[in-house]
Design a protein around this ligand. Structure first.
Ligand code: IPE
Ligand code: IPE
Ligand code: MG
Length: 266
């Protein structure tokens, strides 16, 4: 067989995919990137069930998508990526699923910390992480410490995160400050709230990506997403590709963000 014919179908598909990815990438305008992308990684369970596999199989596959997506985000220079990894409401799932998710978190951090470090990634969290099982919390503390000197991309993991819980915490803190005479009620303003959120110092998300087609935000960053652009795709999280990530950014770049104003030309 002539050597030109020895390419397999999968080689051809892979070359075509690379070319397609390259052509999508070329359309992204580097001067109009979202500074912060938040992602609701949804659909792992449905992905697994459609393959007659346990839900946990979908969560494991989803871990690979996390790796791929963070790499894609680094490749185009996204400064902040927030991943909704475990919500405050997810504790009501069956115990074995919760345990599998916590062990996957531990495994992910253990396996990825070297790569994250060599990519200069800093790790932050939002949510009440003190309630995580001790083995997961230990791994998380180690990874945060190990990556603390880095000043490249900020990876924010939302763990045991619930926006309503966050807002209640803020109300309690400000209430205490008022009771202690540290602030007068009529001096409470935007900054007082911002400074007491888990996300203090993190800019609001410019773009929210939600996979699996659900049209809701599931108690995620309610305050912070007041002016965020939404990209919702039917793709289930384990199938979410680099190209689709780039397409979401392209879609974002087509949006006209007005923040309540009118365009200068109107
Ligand atoms: C998202 O996938 C992962 C977490 C919530 C941790 P799901 O487990 O919610 O998957 P579906 O929505 O049931 O398909
Ligand atoms: C949101 O997904 C939470 C995470 C992705 C961690 P859920 O699957 O828990 O949300 P609902 O139940 O569809 O709203
Ligand atoms: Mg879900």
């Amino acid at each position: 067989m002539p050597s030109g014919q020895s390419r397999t179908l999968s080689d051809i598909v892979s070359v075509a995919k690379d070319k397609y990815e390259e052509s999508v990438l070329k359309l992204i305008q580097p001067n109009r990137l979202p500074q912060h992308i938040a992602i609701i990684m949804d659909g792992n369970g449905r992905w697994a069930l459609s393959r007659h596999m346990p839900r946990i199989f979908g969560h494991r596959a989803g871990m690979e998508t996390v790796r791929r997506t963070l790499q894609a985000a680094r490749d185009i220079g996204i400064e902040f990526v927030t991943l909704y990894a475990f919500s405050a409401e997810n504790w009501s799932r069956p115990k074995p699923e919760i345990s599998a998710l916590m062990h996957l978190l531990q495994e992910y951090l253990r396996k990825e910390v070297d790569e994250l470090d060599s990519s200069n990634v800093k790790l932050l969290t939002i949510g009440n992480i003190s309630k995580l099982p001790s083995y997961a919390k230990r791994e998380l503390d180690c990874a945060i410490e190990r990556l603390s000197k880095n000043d490249g991309q900020k990876l924010v993991l939302a763990l045991n995160y619930g926006s309503r819980d966050e807002i209640i915490t803020v109300a309690k803190r400000i209430g205490t400050m008022v009771a202690n005479g540290e602030i007068k009620p009529d001096r409470i303003n935007f900054k007082t709230i911002e400074d007491n959120l888990y996300t203090k110092g993190i800019p609001d998300p410019d773009l929210l990506i939600r996979t699996s087609g659900e049209l809701r935000i599931s108690n995620f960053l309610l305050w912070q997403m007041a002016y965020t652009e939404f990209y919702i795709t039917e793709t289930l999280w384990p199938d979410f590709s680099r190209v689709e990530f780039f397409k979401a950014v392209l879609e974002y770049q087509k949006r006209d963000r007005r923040f309540g104003c009118v365009k200068a030309s109107s």
